[in-house]
Design a binder for this molecule. Structure first.
Ligand code: NAD
Length: 383
């Protein structure tokens, strides 16, 4: 069996799916590994390091695509790459199957077996494969660092002979994995932190990090979706959150917003009025930008200054920390591979709930029911 490691082609992507340190157990099973030259260049992994670890390195991307039986990736290969994949190869990575299922059509039709890191069920057995969580952890940290860098104030309270500087006030919206890491990072830097999440269960975690949890009465509506995620809320329930956010924005120096509902556009929680309520010089980091953004003024990927408030909408913060992001991601990939590679052979057993949950397509057919539904052809018009 041949495993291929590609140089990621998406713009701005610096991560790599597997590092030289990840290869030992795979090579020990007799798997041959070919790496595209330069694949680990930003992640501290030179071509020489891959060679030393026992892989072959080539500049011939096309030969990896057409010969590899197994290709772990960070992002989905583009349409041209998908069309040259080996028949019945297995590709796994962040494939965005719920956001852009049609973009995977060339690989599904090839047919290629696709596993999506986004769809791995959130059960305890799958925690070591949970790449969404590891990347969200990096993004939460980096969002606070980016905000601290832009803010014309200091984060910690300073008592000096020249007077006292009050601590920065940070407001974190969405206290999931990214939000909790943002809270922890802001607290470590000495800020006073408040946080809001629709899931009441997040309150205890927020408080345990030394931040204040802001509760909103949702009028009895359940905000808990499946698998630890939030449910999509009604406009009325969202409005209650929006009002709280506008009030809290007025005394916040930094807002880091992370609210997401899987497979749906990010909830629009921050109105123009909230930005206008912030003091000039304040910073808002919209981590939900890849899903459209939590702020109605967000333009994904762009930095704007609105009435003196800096609005950052980064699309890929983990790529700004490629060494550690790749190290975490490679471990997630390796743990997933242990389910589909046995004694050097590919064995895809869809009776395993992790595999059936994460499987976008197998033998030319969609497997995950949510993806299957999205890929269904539209019914022919009647009448
Ligand atoms: P996510 O990225 O989908 O969402 C981020 C946060 O936004 C969530 O906490 C969500 O409740 C919140 N949110 C959604 N809509 C909102 C709204 N209208 N207003 C305010 N907040 C809103 O979620 P995530 O961070 O990936 O994970 C959420 C939770 O899932 C985690 O905190 C954790 O408890 C759980 N989890 C479980 C496992 C596991 O068991 N293996 C792994 C990871 C996470």
């Amino acid at each position: 069996m041949l495993l291929g490691i590609l140089k990621e082609s998406a713009q701005g992507e610096t991560r790599v799916a597997l590092l030289p340190s990840s290869l030992k157990s795979l090579l020990a099973q007799g798997i041959a590994i070919t790496v595209e030259s330069g694949a680990g260049a930003f992640s501290g992994a030179s071509d020489a390091a891959y060679t030393e670890a026992g892989a072959a390195v080539t500049a011939d991307r096309a030969s990896i695509l057409s010969n590899a039986d197994l290709i772990p990736v960070v992002n989905a290969p583009n349409a041209a790459d998908q069309a040259s994949l080996k028949h019945h190869a297995v590709v796994l990575g962040f494939l965005k199957p719920l956001d852009a299922p049609q973009a995977l059509a060339p690989a599904i039709e090839r047919p290629v077996t696709l596993f999506s890191m986004e769809l791995i069920p959130r059960i305890s057995r799958a925690q070591a494969m949970d790449a969404l969580s590891s990347m969200a952890t990096v993004a939460g940290y980096k969002a606070v660092i980016a905000a601290a860098d832009r803010l014309p104030r200091l984060f910690p309270m300073l008592m000096t002979a020249a007077g006292t500087i009050p601590p920065a006030r940070v407001f974190v919206i969405g206290a999931g994995v990214a939000g909790l890491q943002a809270i922890a990072t802001a607290r470590r830097l000495g800020a006073v932190v408040e946080a809001y999440d629709v899931r009441a269960a997040a309150g205890e975690q927020v408080r345990s990090l030394g931040a204040k949890f802001l509760d909103v009465d949702l009028g009895g509506i359940s905000a808990e979706g499946g698998g630890g995620y939030a449910a999509e809320l009604t406009e009325e329930a969202l409005d209650r959150g929006r009002d709280l956010i506008t009030r809290t924005a007025a005394h916040s120096d930094v807002i880091v917003t992370t609210a997401q509902v899987p497979g749906r556009p990010a909830p629009r929680l921050i109105r123009r009025a909230a930005i206008e309520a912030m003091r000039p010089g304040s910073v808002l980091v919209d981590l939900a930008a890849p899903a459209g953004g939590n702020c109605e003024l967000t333009q994904p990927g762009l930095t704007q200054i609105i009435g003196g408030v800096t609005l950052l909408a980064p699309l890929n913060l983990p790529a700004e920390v490629p060494v550690d992001s790749s190290a975490l991601y490679a471990r997630n990939i390796l743990n997933f591979l242990s389910l589909i590679v046995k004694n050097g052979n590919l064995t895809v057993d869809l009776a395993d709930e992790i595999l059936s949950g994460a499987c976008v397509s197998h033998q030319g057919k969609p497997v995950n029911p949510r993806v299957a539904k999205l890929l269904q052809p539209l019914p022919a018009p009647t009448g």
